[in-house]
Design a protein around this ligand. Structure first.
Ligand code: RBF
Length: 353
């Protein structure tokens, strides 16, 4: 090889390298997302919304590659190991999951798997630069829910009784349930009439619909005529009980009218899907404020009640709807302030430190 040929070859090689390097810099690889569902899809509004939000966003955005949606199932003792394996697989840059108990698990995994990042809905954790959490004002959502329960229970709707009792079947105890949802519902019902009692029963899992139906039947025998149900796949049992007894269910978290028209008479939406899409937008733009946590509520539009839904308008008497709307507007505008208690945020955050 003559000297000039050698120089030319080296120059060509260098150019090739430069072009390749430039291509790598210009064409960013999409962010690889894994969704970890701590439970099952299908009957759990917060999880279904998370999965749908991620799917929708990935479909129309090249910056995100939704690699997998993994259902971890109901055995919570398996979740830490499953999450660790999921994260250590090397298939994901970011893992999106949901619920308060996942905060501490994600922190544990971050310590063992370098570079992996987490976004968690329904959790509140500060100060980890690979973790971002979105929390919802469940006190506000539950307050509106309880207020409507009491209004319906004292209305002239068919089959309601004079007992000032409304009921909630819930899956298990956790901070958000014990410190926000139950007290918020109670406060809301008593805002309508201080004599109201919220009867609560724990299902003990998030799937046993047959047991949930029995629990709801027992509550109906005790005089409960309006139900809330926050127990995942167990919700179907509460619905059957209400249908069979001619009673009413209010739906928590998403739009439940079509599940049992005339039985589900109002829905109290927590827009997990919109929050998920917004977080993914910021992830892809590079503007997600890692290490921080946000609290979203009715003032920002993430908690709302569809007042124009035909299922609501055709089932709930106008006088009740008018009365509800006065308080609803006050909550949305912030005139009636139902804040998340700071101690609750501190407790949930502390569990991850
Ligand atoms: N909600 C569901 O709808 N389905 C579930 O399977 C479910 N599992 C949960 C497990 C744990 C450990 C915790 C803390 C919460 C769970 N939730 C579940 C509740 C969910 O996070 C949320 O609080 C409620 O759905 C009310 O929005």
């Amino acid at each position: 090889m003559t000297r000039s040929v050698r120089v030319l070859t080296v120059a060509l090689l260098a150019m090739c390298l430069l072009v390749t390097a430039a291509a790598v810099v210009v064409a960013d690889d999409p962010i690889r997302l894994g969704v970890f569902i701590p439970g099952r899809l299908g009957d759990s509004p917060p999880y279904d919304d998370l999965a749908e939000g991620a799917e929708q966003f990935a479909l129309r955005n090249d910056g995100l590659d939704l690699v997998r949606i993994f259902e971890a199932g109901f055995d919570q003792s398996q979740w830490p190991e499953m999450l660790l394996q999921f994260a250590a697989s090397g298939e994901y840059d970011v893992i999106y999951t949901s619920n308060e108990a996942m905060g501490p698990l994600c922190v544990g995994v971050m310590e063992q798997v370098p570079d992996i990042k987490f976004i968690v809905n329904d959790a509140y954790v500060l100060d980890y630069d690979r973790l971002y959490t979105t929390f919802f004002n469940n006190t506000q959502q539950a307050f509106l829910f309880g207020y409507m329960m009491a209004l319906i229970s004292t209305s002239d709707m068919e089959n309601v009784n004079p007992d000032k009792k409304v009921g909630l079947v819930f899956g298990q105890h956790y901070v958000m349930m014990d410190e926000m949802i139950i007290p918020g519902m109670e406060q809301g019902a008593q805002y309508a009439d201080p004599e109201f009692e919220l009867v609560t029963t724990m299902l003990g899992n998030w799937y046993d619909a047959a047991k949930a139906e029995q629990l709801a039947n027992t509550m109906a025998d005790q005089g409960v005529d309006v139900f809330g149900s926050i127990c995942g796949s167990g919700n179907a049992g509460v619905l059957s009980s209400a249908v069979n007894n001619g009673l009413y269910v209010l739906w928590y978290d998403d739009d439940g009218f079509d599940k049992a028209p005339g039985t589900v008479v109002a829905s109290f939406i927590k827009d997990n899907k919109a929050a998920t899409i917004r977080n993914l937008e910021r992830l892809v733009e590079g503007t997600l404020p890692w290490g921080e946590a946000e609290v979203l509520g009715a003032e920002q539009g993430y908690i709302y009640v569809p007042l124009r839904d035909a299922g609501y308008v055709s089932s709930v008497p106008e006088a009740v709807r008018n009365q509800f709307k006065v308080v609803y507007d006050q909550v949305v505008s912030g005139e009636l302030e139902i804040a998340v208690p700071q101690e609750v945020l501190d407790t949930i955050n502390a569990a991850s430190h």
